[in-house]
Design a protein around this ligand. Structure first.
Ligand code: PEP
Ligand code: MG
Length: 695
């Protein structure tokens, strides 16, 4: 308490007041300096106010401080009441004098100019610099292919929320949980930022989550019987509107901070609402950019207008990537956040295979890309003319090329493109986008439609419900888990909800005889799970009189691959889910923004799992297919065949190309190649060796 500027000056009504301080900050106390000040103020017990003339603000509330609308040169004092008032005044006054982490003089300050150029929302902050300095943004290839189109930015829009709530305790708990979850989300965002300025803005966003004024305002609403979401929205909108209505050019930055509050507010609100996306409207030749797309967003896109898309989250094996491959359009996941700052309508070249979004292409680049698009289309047409022919290697090994589909329309498309059947019907898509579970009749209608499309001679592999992990269902009360990918997922959910499981099995069994039915259980890790699922299936089969089917499992968990020998005694077939097998073998989340890029199925460890699976199956005369993304990857196909895979279940658009590729291969060469690459050290080395097969 020795600095001249900070010694408490006087006492009024039990409160101490500090010296006058001329505010040095070029743009006043906006979010970042305010957050620093609040962080310091919260270290003290006292009630602390920031005073400017007759105006006052709660020094422990960013919202309140920003609401003062301070500007450079304002005279401020710190006032405090409480046991540590003097210390608080001293420390906070010192911080104010120092500029709260910013340089002191306006105009000359590099920090100030950085701050004024900072974009408004968290997601764009880290990468503004790269957005202007490079002409291509990198991401992970989620789906190969090339497209020339125009940027459409997608942000979630309408959040519908109930007006009235339940009990105040319950609503308060909901808000607390949402605030905590938002904190965790922002923490994850921060870990992706490289520049400290961006990270500090996110600190400020986190500070807003604990802002006493905001939370108090929301609580007041909840006490009036409003729902947590309604009260929260009213609170943050009131504050952001107030900031945005501040007069004068000097308050431009504070008005922008209103956007920060809305951004944080919406994050919490969508958590409270468990938001579902609205329909995304697209113009022609659209290349969609979004932070993230749920599978149902993606599924609802107009495929005739969409040429490609990029999300800043997710990875090559995420479900969004799977959908992109099923559309046969290029897509990038985990793309640089700067993509979110690209202007609507910008002409871009999206190169899925290279994982690049060229956002400032020259005329020559565009022409070259358009030529390549035309060449690729011509080759695809050529492949289509032979698509109905069998896929047989040059030395006579027949490989069954089937399709991954979600419904009868896709099955029809698959057959038209030479698909010999369906190797994976992802039944969860029937359960998605609804508020109640589908009935047995509803499900049966959908499954039978697929079976009728295929006919009695073609294989139909129906996978039982595969939810949990990154695939939640709105009406299924799955408990919140610390590790959802290691929790109730796949067949574990079915065994946990036997009534729902039995309903699905009865519906599936109604396709027996209409196609060559194969029932497949996802995420099997132990023999007990298989036995339990089979027992329930046997009971339903006996009850319904349908016995004409095979039973198989997905190999997605290392334990199943390692024990393929034992599993092959009790299952009729295996289908390797390379997306999950890769995630679980490498312990890398398939959707993790940083790790997903490294979760490559061509890693030698995953190839060894596949080899073990094929060896185990062969010992008992059972067949092995692959229904993960690797079956559609031209580089992986020779290795899979060489390891003993006999069925490839590919995305529908990839079928003609995969069949054409198989016809160019010899099984003998594939075996040698597989034995060679499995000995390599890294996925990169494997890919380098297989470069000749790249599309
Ligand atoms: C897989 O994991 O490879 C698979 C085909 O299943 P999912 O639907 O989880 O991608
Ligand atoms: Mg899977």
């Amino acid at each position: 308490m020795t600095t001249a500027a900070t010694a408490p000056e006087g006492v009024s009504g039990g409160a101490l007041t500090g010296d006058a301080i001329r505010l040095p900050n070029a743009t006043g106390l906006h979010a970042r300096p305010a957050a620093l000040l609040v962080a310091l103020a919260k270290k003290y017990q006292s009630n602390i106010r920031l005073v400017r003339g007759t105006d006052e603000a709660n020094a422990k509330s960013v919202v309140s401080i920003m609401g003062l609308g301070t500007q450079h040169g304002d005279i401020l004092r710190v006032k405090a009441t409480g046991t540590d008032a003097a210390e608080a005044i001293s420390a906070i006054s010192a911080l104010l004098t120092e500029g709260c982490g910013e340089q002191r003089e306006p105009g000359s300050s590099a920090t100030a100019s950085v701050l004024t150029s900072l974009p408004l929302t968290a997601s764009t902050e880290s990468t503004q610099a790269t957005a202007v300095s490079v002409t291509a943004l990198a991401g992970v290839c989620a789906s190969p292919g090339l497209a020339v189109g125009r940027i459409v930015q997608f942000r979630q829009d309408v959040i519908v929320i109930a007006e009235t709530g339940e009990s105040i305790e319950l609503e308060r708990r909901k808000l607390e949980a949402a605030l905590d979850a938002a904190h965790v989300q922002i923490e994850a965002l921060k870990s992706r930022l490289s520049d400290p300025a961006g990270a500090k803005i996110l600190d400020a966003h986190q500070e807003l989550l604990q802002d006493p004024d905001l939370v108090e305002a929301a609580t007041a609403g909840m006490l009036q019987k409003q729902s947590a979401g309604h009260a929260w929205r009213a609170a943050f909108m009131r504050v952001s509107t107030r900031l945005e209505s501040l007069e004068g050019a000097h308050n431009a930055l504070l008005r922008e901070r209103g956007n920060d509050i809305r951004d944080v507010g919406r994050r919490v609100l969508s958590l409270l609402a468990g938001v579902k996306q609205v329909q995304i409207e697209l113009p022609q030749d659209a290349i969609l950019i979004a932070e993230e797309l749920t599978p149902s967003d993606t599924a609802s896109l107009d495929r005739s207008k969409l040429l490609g898309f990029c999300t800043t989250t997710g990875g090559a094996t995420s479900h969004v990537a799977i959908l992109a491959r099923s559309f046969g359009i290029p897509a990038l996941c985990g793309v640089d956040d700067a993509a979110l700052t690209l202007a609507e309508g910008t002409l871009v070249v999206l190169d899925g295979a290279q994982g690049l979004l060229h956002h400032q292409p020259t005329e020559a680049d565009v022409t070259r890309a358009q030529d390549r698009v035309a060449q690729q289309a011509a080759r695809r047409e050529q492949e289509k003319t032979l698509a109905k022919d069998a896929a047989v290697t040059t030395d006579g090994q027949r490989i069954e090329v089937v399709a991954n589909v979600r419904n009868a329309d896709e099955a029809r498309e698959a057959v038209a493109l030479g698909g010999e059947g369906v190797g994976l019907l992802r039944s969860e898509f029937l359960f998605d986008e609804r508020s109640t579970a589908p009935s047995e009749d509803e499900q049966a209608a959908a499954y039978v439609a697929v079976a009728d499309t295929l006919g009695a001679q073609r294989t139909l592999v129906i996978r039982t419900l595969d939810v949990g992990g990154d695939k939640p269902l709105p009406y299924l009360p799955l408990p919140k888990e610390d590790n959802p990918f290691l929790g109730l997922r796949g067949v574990r959910v079915s065994l946990d909800q036997p009534a729902m499981f039995r309903t699905q099995l009865r519906a599936i069994l109604r396709t027996a005889g209409k196609a060559r039915l194969h029932v497949m259980f996802p995420m099997i890790a132990t023999l007990e799970e298989l036995r339990e699922a089979k027992a329930i299936l046997a009971e339903e089969a006996a009850a319904t009189g349908h016995t004409d089917f095979k039973v198989g499992i997905m190999i997605e968990v290392p334990s199943a691959a390692l024990m393929a020998d034992q599993f092959a005694r009790e299952a009729d077939f295996f289908s390797i889910g390379t997306n999950d097998l890769t995630q679980y073998t490498l312990a890398m989340d398939r959707g993790h923004p940083k790790l997903a890029k490294k979760a490559d199925g061509l890693h030698p460890s995953v190839l060894k799992m596949i080899a073990l699976t094929c060896e185990g199956a062969a010992r008992h005369g059972k067949w092995v297919g692959v229904c993960g993304g690797m079956a559609s990857d031209a580089m992986a196909v020779p290795v899979l065949i060489g390891l003993g895979v006999q069925e490839l279940s590919a995305s529908v658009p990839a079928i003609p190309a995969i069949k054409a590729l198989v016809r160019r291969l010899s099984l003998a060469d594939c075996k040698l190649l597989a034995q060679e690459v499995i000995q390599l050290g890294t996925a990169t080395e494997v890919r380098a060796r297989l470069a000749a097969f790249a599309e």
